[in-house]
Design a protein around this ligand. Structure first.
Ligand code: EPU
Length: 338
């Protein structure tokens, strides 16, 4: 088992690149390491935080407990007729999994190209982009149940997936640690270009019958043009969720703001583009000391240098306040704040 280190800097372990320290820190390289770790009562009772790529976390202070970094490697697959099961360790970088699939013609994850983070974190957030969510390709995952001391398999119906949401953020928060995920992909691509930006980009390139490689390439280019690269500028992708409101609230808002960007959902609910709300509240590209919103996408907060986590948090509070004053909508953070 990887040793337990003390007073470890987290600066290179979170994509916001804010400084904070973990009182204790360990890495897990194989599923069995977890039973070894939790055989010690000290860690069973300790405050714990499990991280993958650190791409959805904002540390506002030191973490006075044990940080467990999931680093289980490995991708394998199994073809059965037209369907393919791809199995990946929790520590696999999400985009490496996407590339593995796209190169082999396994369809289903191409719209999720370049999402930062690791495979183990993907079901927690039910990551999604350009019309596809993880739940659309999720077959099952294995997770270590800390209290029970055993590994359990979760099927889709066990996970209660929602928009950027799952049971792992609620009842099972801090109870289980995902060790691997199996995806159900296909050799017979059902290309999803429902998202306008993808369709437009394909049209510009005169690609009439796109394959999954085309979709992956186009998604990657759209992301690069809109979103800051976490390896060069600290950020955690969308900082807030897109708010979902009821039809009545929407009718009211639409009369005051006719051009409000929205998507109608089932059950008479409407999802609003938080980026638009933030931009219209005057925050696009705005910078306070070392924290700013991204110039091409106001939903992303960036650390332009050496911002403190607490400064980024305060910045986000100001955004919430202004959006609330203007639209009477309370934005919810998508990133986990510690
Ligand atoms: N918009 C603005 N101003 C902005 C940003 C957006 O007016 O500064 C409006 C535009 O009309 C734009 C629309 O909002 O067309 C939607 O923007 P975008 O296509 O960038 O998508 P989003 O709703 O802002 C969501 C996800 C992203 C994902 C994209 C593409 C959430 C919280 N975010 O963003 O996910 O890449 O859709 O599918 O759902 C992430 O989770 O970290 C992330 C980047």
């Amino acid at each position: 088992m990887y040793p337990i280190a003390e007073h470890v800097s987290l600066k290179n372990l979170n994509t916001f690149r804010v400084e904070a320290h973990a009182r204790w820190f360990t890495e897990i390289h194989q599923e069995e390491d977890l039973s070894l770790l939790f055989a010690d009562q000290q860690w069973k009772g300790a405050a714990r935080l499990v991280i993958g790529g650190g791409s959805n976390i904002l540390f506002t202070r030191d973490f006075e407990g044990l940080i467990i970094r999931m680093n289980i490697p490995g991708i394998t697959h199994q073809i059965d007729g037209e369907s393919v099961l791809v199995h990946a360790g929790a520590g696999v970088v999400w985009n490496d999994l996407v590339l593995y699939c796209v190169e082999r013609g396994f369809a289903g994850v191409e719209n999720l190209t370049l999402i930062p983070g690791t495979v183990g974190a993907s079901p927690v957030q039910n990551i999604g982009a350009y019309g596809v969510e993880l739940k659309d390709v999720f077959h099952s995952c294995r997770a270590y149940h800390i209290k029970k001391g055993e590994v359990i398999t979760f099927l889709p119906e066990d996970c209660r997936f929602g928009y950027r949401d799952s049971i792992f953020k609620h009842e099972l928060k801090n109870q289980v640690i995902i060790t691997s995920v199996t995806f159900k992909l296909s050799l017979n691509p059902q290309i999803n270009i429902s998202y306008g930006a993808i369709r437009q980009e394909l049209e510009t390139r005169h690609i009439d019958e796109p394959g999954i490689k085309d979709v992956s390439l186009v998604v990657s280019e759209i992301r690069v043009s809109k979103l800051p690269d976490p390896s060069t500028i600290g950020n955690a992708g969308s900082f807030f969720k897109n708010p979902v409101i009821n039809e009545q609230q929407f009718v009211h808002l639409k009369s005051a703001f006719p051009d409000i960007v929205h998507y109608c959902l089932p059950n008479s609910t409407v999802k609003l583009a938080a980026g638009w709300l933030i931009e219209k509240s005057g925050w696009k590209g705005k910078q306070i000391r070392q924290t700013a919103t991204w110039k091409n996408q106001a939903l992303v907060i960036v650390n332009v240098g050496s911002a403190l986590g607490s400064e980024i948090y305060d910045f986000s509070e100001e955004i919430i306040k202004d959006v609330n004053e203007k639209f009477n909508i309370t934005l919810e953070r998508e990133v986990n704040v510690f």
